[in-house]
Design a protein around this ligand. Structure first.
Ligand code: C2O
Ligand code: CU
Length: 398
């Protein structure tokens, strides 16, 4: 769709369980955010819902189930959602979207559903698959035309896996993160780039010779997607200069920001103690029966009261302190934030707007955003097992 355009999506639930659709990263009207139990009732089997919204930003987004997401997203209930600039910066043929996922297969072509919901994984690093795909394919190869410039949009749709990519290996520059664009292409001066669950990165590459996008976290790089560069008549055409078109977002007023602290606790090796769930202190065996293993400021999952309430237009600064032994991918609904400080991490990527940030063990990250979108919004870990097991809270803009 195009920036500023209104869409209506008639959604019918043909599953035999309730669900809803969340439009990840879109600064959407609250009623259309698709969060079962917070912004809408789950759509029952056979039921339907009309999502009706305007997309304010051009960029790379995705949509996915937001009810039992740990289960439904693992089974593939998601898709990419690309919002073009009013005058697209790239030709459609030069604009490529890749959705990365990892599937847990029990055999060839057989999804391992028996392992869904393992409490062990919920309290550790989440559910990792054993088969990596790009747009549902294994190691696809795309043809590019020599001399032409391409936009590559990478989306991580995996429940818990972080994909590690090194754009310098294939001469790519960065155009933006998540749903937002930089003003100028940038080169990454660190490696690798960690693409956490739900995160997107947009790259630009000039096709000169064959190359491969590899996942570089293992001992040997794993080839995700190949490109074969072919000569064609059109390569003689002059390459038009690329003009990036960043969206205009409200700039946080850091000097007046209201500081809010969020402490992440729990998980394996984290004690898993002192968790309040549905107003009750959990002890011993309760953790097994409630399946809650993580907490934000001592509270697992959605409490009756919001984590905080913001006045519309107020700048909110959330200081997130990770006291767990695990990395997390924190996502703010309805808003895009800037990262102000990242202590305990060597990575400084400037202050781009994004909707999901990674935070490692013992790190503290400060994010700030203008709370300009009225309604009830989630703030949760996008490692979907972590969210289900407690890493989920909400705030309200009034
Ligand atoms: Cu992709 Cu609650 O989000
Ligand atoms: Cu997490």
């Amino acid at each position: 769709m195009k920036k500023g355009e209104r869409v209506q999506v008639r959604f019918t639930n043909k599953l035999d369980e309730p669900t809803s659709v969340h439009w990840h990263g879109i600064r959407i009207d609250n009623a259309m955010d698709g969060v079962s139990g917070l912004t809408q009732d789950p759509v029952q089997p056979g039921g339907s819902f009309v999502y009706d919204f305007v997309a304010p930003d051009a960029g790379t987004f995705w949509y996915h189930a937001h009810n039992k997401s740990w289960n439904q997203v693992a089974r593939g209930l998601y898709g990419p959602l690309i919002i073009d600039e009013t005058e697209p910066s790239f030709e459609r043929s030069n604009d490529i979207t890749f959705v990365f996922d990892d599937w847990r297969l029990a055999g060839e072509g057989v999804l391992d559903v028996a392992s869904l919901g393992s409490m062990m994984e919920w309290a550790h690093g989440g559910r990792l698959g054993n088969w990596l795909t790009v747009n549902g394919q294994s190691r696809p190869v795309s043809d590019l035309v020599r001399g032409q410039t391409y936009r590559l949009r990478l989306i991580n749709a995996a429940n818990a896996r972080i994909f590690e990519i090194d754009p310098n290996r294939f001469g790519a520059t960065l155009l933006g993160f998540d749903g937002q664009s930089f003003t100028e292409p940038g080169r990454l001066d660190y490696a690798p780039l960690m693409l956490g669950p739900a995160q997107r990165v947009v790259l630009m590459v000039v096709a000169e010779k064959d190359f491969t996008i590899e996942e570089v976290s293992g001992d040997t790089p794993y080839p995700m997607a190949g490109f074969s560069v072919l000569d064609a008549e059109s390569s003689r055409l002059a390459r038009p200069a690329i003009k990036l078109q960043p969206n205009v977002l409200p700039a946080p007023d850091f000097s007046k920001a209201r500081r809010i602290r969020l402490e992440m606790t729990g998980g394996a090796m984290g004690g898993m103690t002192d968790i309040t769930y549905k107003g009750k202190r959990l002890k011993g065996d309760d953790i097994r029966t409630t399946r809650q293993a993580w907490a934000f400021n001592g509270v697992a999952n959605l409490a009756e009261d919001p984590f905080f309430e913001a006045r519309q237009g107020e700048t909110i600064l959330i200081e997130t302190v990770n006291r767990t032994a695990w990395v997390h991918a924190m996502h703010v609904h309805g808003h895009h934030f800037q990262i102000l400080n990242r202590s305990g991490s060597g990575v400084d990527e400037g202050k781009p707007f994004r909707d999901t940030f990674l935070i490692g063990p013992d790190q503290t990250t400060e994010i700030a955003f203008v709370a300009d979108n009225p309604g009830k919004w989630l703030f949760h870990c996008h490692m979907l097992e972590h969210a289900a097991a407690g890493m989920n809270t909400w705030f309200e803009v009034v």
